[in-house]
Design a protein around this ligand. Structure first.
Ligand SMILES: [Zn+2]
Length: 84
């Protein structure tokens, strides 16, 4: 992975954390799953030792890729998905 700000490959891998950790939750997840963080995806952080830029990646599952890659570009909302 390269720093998107300066192009350096000197990135330090880490995690964003607070008391309970930080995770990615797709906004189209059902309300109760969002409340209890069920199905949330782990986030990895990479910080550039040269310019201090930080970039993030998300651990998507194969099921996530199959689900979201069926649409190109901006993801449609739930109602548009159901109508297609
Ligand atoms: Zn950098």
């Amino acid at each position: 992975m390269k720093c998107i700000a300066c192009g350096s490959t000197a990135l330090i891998k880490g995690e964003l954390s607070n008391q309970y950790g930080v995770a990615f939750q797709p906004e189209d997840a059902p309300y109760l799953k969002r409340i209890f963080a069920i199905g949330s995806r782990k986030i990895h952080a990479y910080a550039c030792i040269h310019c201090s830029n930080m970039q993030l990646t998300v651990d998507f599952t194969d099921a996530d890729r199959a689900h979201y890659q069926q649409f190109e570009g901006e993801q449609p909302d739930v109602l548009h998905r159901l109508n297609d």
